[in-house]
Design a protein around this ligand. Structure first.
Ligand SMILES: NC(=O)c1ccc[n+]([C@@H]2O[C@H](COP(=O)([O-])OP(=O)(O)OC[C@H]3O[C@@H](n4cnc5c(N)ncnc54)[C@H](OP(=O)(O)O)[C@@H]3O)[C@@H](O)[C@H]2O)c1
Length: 349
């Protein structure tokens, strides 16, 4: 049987997204092919030519972008025993990563090739749209919390033991923060977070014990008070302007004095250098790095399927379904540029 595939192709760094036929690529060893049923939209999908040039200079065009896929497995490659055709899954599509650089592995197409160890089965009760919000920001949160060159925390478990230590998530209502909070809780940490006042209940519902308004002029003092005598094991800094105050909190509390920044770039590198003078170690997160180490399978294969099935973990933030079909994705990307709050734009495919 010949499978017809279609994709949204990005013609060049500054080009348009255009719907056109794409080859169907069978899975190689350690890969699966998923029939896409929903995709989520991330800030990464909305970057322009300049960011492609500085952050993804290797990308060959035309490219197929997109990272967050939910759908059904149609074919598995050699050596894949954990997953089978028909399984409902989510997966992190890493086609833009330097070592992949492969349009077959971009999310915005009907049949996408995924690395087996970045795929998780989802419970029947969770819709494709709900689950599609997870992959990229779950992966990025996991990199920041667990990779040895980041905070290096113990991996999450079902029914974690209480460690009587705190993790700070600056930007708790972001998609990334929503995952960082739930993962940190699943590793047994108490969580203190920031968010706008309108999102306090949402961030608490994910497991944060205290939620401080990041726009408050007293945010650093309030966080130091909320953290109290519990050692601050690490901070995930998310959002523009998040690193500087996160460093101040780390320097004023007892604990590891480690901050993992989701924000990257020359200014962040400069702030990281300065932070050393106050004894704070800053690392910068690259979400795709977990495809090459033990954190990827630990999260997508070992932890998430059970955590979703037992409802210890929930797909968050809530999916805001804004269209149907690959052709609806450009409009969704345009909408994301207007900003979201504690929600994620999703397109049904
Ligand atoms: N390094 C990596 O590999 C990597 C990977 C993925 C994402 N990121 C980056 O991480 C950031 C978050 O991505 P996302 O997809 O999670 O974002 P998102 O969900 O689209 O972010 C929306 C949220 O941002 C919050 N926000 C806005 N400005 C903020 C600030 N200055 N400080 C803290 N929170 C702020 C808003 O919170 P309120 O509504 O509560 O105000 C809103 O809920 C983006 O900058 C993204 O580019 C980095």
């Amino acid at each position: 049987m010949t499978i017809q595939n279609s994709a949204l192709w990005l013609s060049s760094r500054a080009g348009e997204l255009t719907l056109a036929p794409a080859p169907y690529t069978p899975p190689a060893s350690g890969q699966v092919v998923v029939r896409t049923r929903a995709v989520a939209i991330n800030p990464l999908d909305a970057i322009g030519a300049f960011i492609y040039r500085v952050a993804f200079p290797w990308v060959r065009f035309p490219a197929i972008i997109g990272t967050d896929v939910a759908g059904e497995i149609v074919e598995v490659g050699a050596g894949v025993t954990r997953l089978a055709p028909g399984d409902r899954v989510i997966g992190y599509a890493v086609g833009l990563e330097k070592s992949r650089n492969n349009p077959a592995e971009g999310a915005f197409q009907h049949y996408v090739v995924l690395l087996e160890h970045l795929v998780s089965p989802i419970p029947d009760a969770v819709t494709f749209e709900e689950a599609s919000v997870l992959p990229l920001t779950l992966a990025t949160a996991a990199v920041g919390l667990y990779q040895k060159d980041q905070l290096g925390l113990p991996l999450p478990t079902i029914g974690p033991i209480d460690r009587a230590q705190t993790v700070l998530v600056w930007g708790g209502s972001t998609s990334l923060g929503s995952n960082a909070i739930q993962l940190a809780r699943s590793s047994g940490y108490r969580v203190v977070a920031t968010a706008s006042p309108r999102n306090v209940d949402y961030v608490r519902s994910l497991g944060a014990e205290a939620v401080i308004d990041y726009r408050s002029v007293n945010a650093v003092d309030e966080l130091v008070t909320a953290i109290g005598n519990s050692p601050l094991t690490g901070t995930i800094a998310i959002g523009d302007g998040s690193l500087r105050p996160s460093i101040r909190v780390a320097s004023r509390t007892q604990g590891s004095r480690r901050v993992a920044s989701a924000m990257v770039g020359p200014l962040i590198s400069l702030q990281a250098l300065r932070a050393r003078m106050s004894g704070v170690h800053v690392s910068t997160i690259w979400g795709g790095s977990l495809k090459d180490n033990e954190v990827g399978p630990a999260i997508f294969a070992d932890f998430l399927p059970n955590a979703l099935a037992t409802a210890q973990y929930r797909p968050a933030p809530v999916a805001d379904v804004v269209g149907t079909g690959l052709e609806a994705i450009p409009g969704a990307i345009q909408k994301l540029k207007g900003g979201v709050s504690a929600s994620k734009l999703v397109v049904t495919i």
